[in-house]
Every structure is written in structure tokens, then in C-alpha cells.
Design a protein around this ligand. Structure first.
Ligand code: GDG
Length: 475
């Protein structure tokens, strides 16, 4: 096997399923990343390296619907230490403003190093001479450096889907220098926001001691690394088409019926994650009912919480907290057949998501910190009648583009209450004006444009900077 384009991501774009005949098979899990990368992968006859989930070992490379997939196995200890531990209980909270307290364990770091090493070795094995390798996300930050050492002929890109923290927070990481050096193995390091790229460049200058100029980093070996923002997006046309389809339209009507045809449906859809601000938003909504501004006969909040990282302690605590809060709110302010909050701890097919987006009058997206937040963009894409209001956290990357949303500070419950009420009471003209502008933005910056801009930049001329730079001092 020899590929001109290799995608390296923690997860493969497929899930293990039991087929009708009882044997084990694969089913595509088409998330945003797959939609974005798939055309590029097909055009280049590329290969995707990733973990299929579970602990099965010795899985051979296979093709699924024309995509070449190379499964990486992980044992139970690695899942615990590399995935649940270092990736999701150390890096994730640090990169999200310390919304939860990160844990530091040396054995988790060791597992992170060895899994990254293995992913890099696999990519090195299958990449053709001079191939392009695109590495994704926070679980694999050491892959670029290892890969560069094994295969200096490769063009290496890295993209971080989550925020990159300011120096003040990143500095807490005992392995801060190794992570920066890991990322510097890439030719191009992509972030969601310009601020994240700036944080990275500043840290490289301060912590590793490399010379930098704007978005360029000059390495002692002569290489130049670029760090820049490439805000990710969605398949806007695909979502709109799905939302316009007859079955989705009928389902949206059925959802409204099932909820008792309230005047206003508020909607939240998130992975059940403490960064998403679910707790505070439900409190804000319930207080509006308590204060007499909303009435459960007329308004309902549908909250879909998709199960996520269920073995990580902080996520177990969060689930219990939300369960209790929803029970308390419904117990306090609900009436027979009229719960204030319709809470669903499950995941849905894309069609159901589109029907929910169509059914909702007010979409509420209030993360404390979010790289981008695709749910907000998907809602906008599905509102083809230019109606529907979006309440959006200032701390989601999406807020930089969706300026016409009702922007809120998710830490300010009173501010959120006002925004929810304003969005709910806004006249049709105002709602349409805002939605039209946001839809224009989304249609102009879709996920294909994102992938193309990253790939074009990665394929561009590379040069040896020829500058005199000091050799790096080891600290
Ligand atoms: C990370 C960053 C960044 C959700 N529930 C279901 C479902 N989804 C889909 C949504 C959306 C995606 O999952 C969630 O993306 P988000 O961007 O909202 O959030 P994260 O999962 O935290 O994603 C984030 C993103 O990476 C991309 O770079 O924007 O900041 O944290 O597409 O539709 N899809 C289906 N059923 C569900 O129940 N089918």
C-alpha cells in the first residue's frame, strides 16, 4: 500500500456493527470531518489511518464505500490512559479554559507518547514518496514530529479542532515543550481562530526559543512552519437539501405535534460535555418560567444530550448534575403533559437532527469555550425560510462569523435570560434580517472551502528560510 494522501485521525470514519447475518461489519459514521475530507481523499485515492473504537486487534486494512481505511488497534489500558486519560482528562480541559480541572499523570503521558509514535509509524509506512499527510486534532499532537523524523520527504499538515489556550494556561502542562515540538514537525499548523494561532506562535517563541515573524516560525534546521487560522464549517448545501426534503418536513411537524404545538420551541443539541454550558442554559430557561416571563403551556425546551466519554469521571458527574436539574425543573414548574424541558440522552440520525433544527424557533448554543461549534452552523443552514433565532455564546468560534446571532456570555445567567427572551419576542422582520445575513455567511464558507483552503496552503511552495537563528537552548 502506498498513498499520495494520508489522513491520520484518532477515529476512523466507521463504527463496528453487527450485520443482518450476525457477522461483524462496518457502518460509516459521516461526521463533519468525513464530509469535508472525503472528496479530497477520493480525488487523491488517499488512505485514512485511525482507531475503529473497541479493543479488537489485528484488524487488516479494508475498503468501505470506496474509502481506504487502516485500523489502528488500542488495548484497554491505552484506551484508559491515552484516550480517556491524557486526551480527554488532561488536554481537553486545559485547552478549554480549565472549565474542569485537568489531571496530570505521568503514565498517561507515556501512553500518549507511545500511541502517537505508533500512529506516526503507520503513516510513515503507507505514505508514498513525497506524499501529503494531514494529521487531525488534540489526541495526535506528537505525530508530526515523529513522522518528520521518519520521513523528511513528506508534506505534513496538522489541524486542531479545539481551541489552543493562552500561554498562561498551556504553561501548566508538564509536557508543554514536547507538545510544541511535536506540532512543529508539521509544515502547516491550522487552528480554528487567529487568536489560537497567535497563542501557539507566542508559546513557541517563549518556550522553545525559535525565531518567529507574524505567522511564521523559523526552525534551526532551516524549515519554516506556518501557523494560521482555517475556521471549519459544514456541508451547508447538503444540510439545506436534507431540511427541505419532504420526510424531514413531515417529521418536523410531527415533533411540534408531539410537544403539544407550543408557540415557541427552544432547542439545544450537544455532546454531553461540561464545556457546552448545558446546565446554565437550562437554569436560565427555568428562571424565565419561574419569573413569569414564559409559560410552560406556550414554551418548551428540547435538550438533546448525546452520550459522550461516559467512563471519564467528570462526564459521569455532569450527567448526574443534569439529570437532577432537569428532574427538579420539571418537578417545580411542569404541568401534566407539559414538562418545561424535554430531555433526551441519546444520539439521532442526521435526518432527525435536521427535523429538530426545522422544528425549533430558538436554537440555544451556549458553550463556555468551543473551537467552532458546528451545531450553530447546521441550524442556520436548515432555516431555508430565513426564520428562527440563534442564541450563541461569545466563546464559541462560530461567534466570529455568526455576528447576527443573539450573542451571550454563558457565565452571565441574567444576560442569558435577557437574550433568550429577546430572541423569543423579536419580531419577524428582525429575525429574518439576522438569519438572512448568517445564511449568506454559511453558504460562502462551507466545509469544502475549508478543506480546499487548508490543502492549497499545505501544497504551496515551501522554502528554507536561510536566516541565522540560534540553536535551541534545552530547558
Ligand atoms: C469538535 C469541537 C468543532 C451531534 N449529535 C448528533 C450528531 N451530532 C453532530 C452535529 C455536529 C457534530 O456532531 C458536533 O460538532 P460540534 O462542533 O457542535 O462539537 P464537538 O463534537 O465538540 O466538535 C468543535 C468540531 O470539533 C469540528 O472541528 O466545531 O468546536 O469541539 O456536526 O450535527 N450527529 C448525528 N446524531 C447526533 O445525535 N447524526
Amino acid at each position: 500500500m502506498s498513498a499520495d494522501l494520508v489522513i491520520v485521525a484518532n477515529r476512523l470514519p466507521v463504527d463496528r456493527v453487527e450485520l443482518d447475518d450476525g457477522s461483524a461489519g462496518w457502518r460509516g459514521s459521516p461526521g463533519g470531518l468525513v464530509t469535508a475530507v472525503e472528496p479530497v481523499l477520493r480525488a487523491n485515492d488517499g488512505t485514512w489511518v485511525g482507531w475503529p473504537g473497541g479493543t479488537e486487534s489485528d484488524l487488516d486494512p479494508f475498503d468501505h464505500e470506496g474509502l481506504h481505511l487502516v485500523p489502528m488497534s488500542m488495548n484497554a489500558q491505552e484506551i484508559q490512559e491515552f484516550y480517556e486519560g491524557f486526551s480527554n482528562a488532561t488536554i481537553w480541559p486545559i485547552y478549554h479554559d480549565l472549565v474542569a480541572k485537568p489531571e496530570f499523570h505521568r503514565e498517561w503521558w507515556d501512553a500518549y507518547v507511545s500511541v502517537n509514535q505508533r500512529f506516526a509509524e503507520k503513516a510513515a509506512e503507507i505514505a508514498a514518496k513525497g506524499a501529503t499527510v494531514w494529521v487531525h486534532d488534540y489526541q495526535l499532537q506528537l505525530v508530526p514530529q515523529v513522522l518528520r523524523e521518519l520521513r523528511p520527504d513528506l508534506r505534513i499538515g496538522f489541524y486542531l479542532h479545539i481551541p489552543f489556550p493562552p500561554a498562561e494556561l498551556f504553561q501548566q502542562l508538564p509536557w508543554r515543550r514536547q507538545i510544541l515540538e511535536g506540532l512543529l514537525g508539521a509544515d502547516l499548523v491550522g487552528f480554528q481562530m487567529p487568536g489560537a494561532a497567535a497563542n501557539f506562535v507566542r508559546l513557541v517563541r517563549q518556550r522553545v526559543g525559535h525565531k518567529t515573524h507574524r505567522d511564521l516560525i523559523y526552525l534551526p534546521d532551516g524549515r519554516t512552519v506556518r501557523a494560521a487560522a482555517f475556521p471549519i464549517s459544514i456541508d451547508a448545501a447538503g444540510f439545506e437539501e436534507l431540511a427541505q426534503s419532504e420526510p424531514v418536513g413531515k417529521r418536523a411537524t410531527a415533533i411540534r405535534d408531539a410537544l403539544g404545538n407550543p408557540t415557541k420551541i427552544f432547542l439545544g443539541i450537544d455532546r454531553l460535555d461540561y464545556t457546552k454550558g448545558i446546565y446554565a442554559r437550562l437554569r436560565a430557561f427555568s428562571e424565565l418560567i419561574n419569573d413569569g416571563h414564559l409559560d410552560v403551556e406556550e414554551a418548551v425546551f428540547v435538550q438533546v444530550a448525546v452520550p459522550s466519554r461516559e467512563r471519564v469521571e467528570q462526564y459521569k458527574i455532569l450527567r448526574d448534575d443534569i439529570d437532577r436539574l432537569v428532574g427538579r425543573i420539571n418537578g417545580d414548574v411542569g404541568r401534566i403533559g407539559r414538562p418545561a424541558i424535554s430531555y433526551l440522552h441519546t444520539s439521532y440520525p442526521r435526518e432527525e437532527m435536521a427535523a429538530l433544527y426545522r422544528a425549533a424557533d430558538i436554537m440555544v448554543v451556549t458553550p463556555y469555550r468551543d473551537g467552532m461549534n458546528l451545531v450553530a452552523k447546521e441550524y442556520v443552514a436548515c432555516r431555508f425560510h430565513n426564520d428562527g433565532a440563534l442564541v450563541l455564546s461569545e466563546f464559541a468560534g462560530a461567534a466570529a462569523e455568526l455576528r447576527q446571532a443573539w450573542l451571550v456570555n454563558p457565565y452571565d445567567i441574567n444576560g442569558m435570560k435577557s437574550a433568550l427572551l429577546e430572541a423569543c419576542q423579536a419580531d419577524e422582520k428582525e429575525v429574518t434580517r439576522r438569519m438572512k445575513a448568517m445564511r449568506k455567511t454559511i453558504s460562502q464558507h462551507d466545509v469544502q472551502a475549508w478543506a480546499e483552503s487548508f490543502m492549497t496552503e499545505l501544497a504551496g511552495d515551501r522554502f528554507m528560510h536561510g536566516k541565522k537563528v540560534r540553536p535551541v537552548k534545552r530547558s
